[in-house]
Design a protein around this ligand. Structure first.
Ligand code: 8YV
Length: 316
């Protein structure tokens, strides 16, 4: 038996950081186990730290019940809605995430999705690839983004990084958040529906979880309007996806740029069939640079824990 401390792997990271972890810890590969409940009961009674992902792997109250010695859940990702933080706190388990290192990539993608959705750029790309340009001629005209009104729902680090990019596009900006940011040059709008009525583009940068589930409902979606655009780089759960699809099908909403969906990796067939959308498969943070920085933060949190220091980026 190895004398390395055990680390439970609920969801892995990139190969290089997994190798680094494997050199220091005995990895208990729950992610690779076929009989997952059996694996927890048989192998994980003494494990004190777990590696997971805030979007996909998570940590449920049910799982925690099988992990009596657990004291750390180190998650890759800034969002942690798949982790039951309240249950972790009750059980004396520290949760860590990876804030601050992915803001630029996610904000870049929000702008790309906005422009792509409004100008049909994904469809234009397909127009060349499929050879229809020569047969059918030019594509329909799109809508400008520069100079238009941008509503940002969720004004944390990512929301503010989106605002900085939109400033360079001369967009008029207002934001919705729990409270006003006195340091911001932009207008605070405490009512999400009013923000949706005012803006040409509504970008969602809200955290996921119970507090924001379905807050972008049919009324908010229709308020953006037939010439407006909804961009979601946050979580699929924030939006009523059925209402969104209906609004896009009926032209009540002009277009949507979406990186996140209600039941990833399965995307509703009706959404996939639409022409007025730009869709990406949850790739907001998916660059080598950002994923390396995120993984490094996770490694640093785990090291701090095993060396008896305070984790670098605790959530609870
Ligand atoms: C990925 C994310 O889901 O940070 C988040 O909240 O949604 C993304 O970065 C993922 O966590 C990357 O491993």
């Amino acid at each position: 038996m190895s004398d390395k401390p055990e680390l439970l792997v609920v969801w892995p990271m990139r190969a290089r950081q997994m190798d680094e972890l494997a050199s220091r810890y005995e990895l208990l590969r729950y992610d690779e186990a076929e009989d997952k409940p059996g694996f927890l009961t048989a192998q994980c009674g003494r494990v004190t730290a777990a590696l997971t992902n805030g979007s996909w792997g998570g940590m449920s109250r049910e799982m925690l019940q099988h992990l009596p010695a657990l004291r750390l859940v180190a998650s890759s990702g800034v969002g942690y809605d798949s982790i039951d933080v309240a249950a972790c706190t009750e059980a004396g388990v520290t949760v860590t995430n990876t804030p601050g290192v992915l803001d630029d990539d996610v904000a870049d993608l929000a702008i790309v999705l906005m422009v792509s959705a409004r100008r049909g750029l994904m469809q234009a790309h397909e127009h060349i690839r499929s050879g229809t340009w020569a047969q059918e001629g030019p594509r329909p005209l799109g809508s400008r983004s520069a100079g238009k009104r941008l509503g940002i729902a969720g004004y944390g680090r990512i929301g503010q990084a989106i605002a900085r990019r939109a400033e360079a596009m001369s967009m008029e900006i207002a934001y919705y958040a729990r409270s006003e940011r006195p340091d911001s040059a932009h207008r605070f709008e405490p009512d999400l529906l009013r923000l949706a009525e005012w803006c040409d583009v509504l970008v969602l940068a809200l955290p996921g979880g119970a507090g924001t589930r379905g807050v972008v409902d049919g009324d908010v979606i229709r308020a953006i309007g037939p010439h407006g655009t909804l961009v979601n780089i946050a979580r699929g759960s924030v939006v009523d996806e059925t209402a969104l699809i209906e609004a896009l099908e009926q032209g009540a909403l002009g277009s949507a740029g979406l990186d996140v969906f209600s039941s990833e990796p399965n995307v509703d067939d009706r959404l996939r069939a639409l022409q007025n959308v730009a869709l990406t498969p949850h790739v907001g943070s998916a660059t080598v640079e950002t994923r390396s920085d995120m993984a490094q933060l996770v490694v640093d949190n785990i090291r701090a824990f095993f060396e008896g220091r305070r984790p670098v980026t605790p959530v609870n």
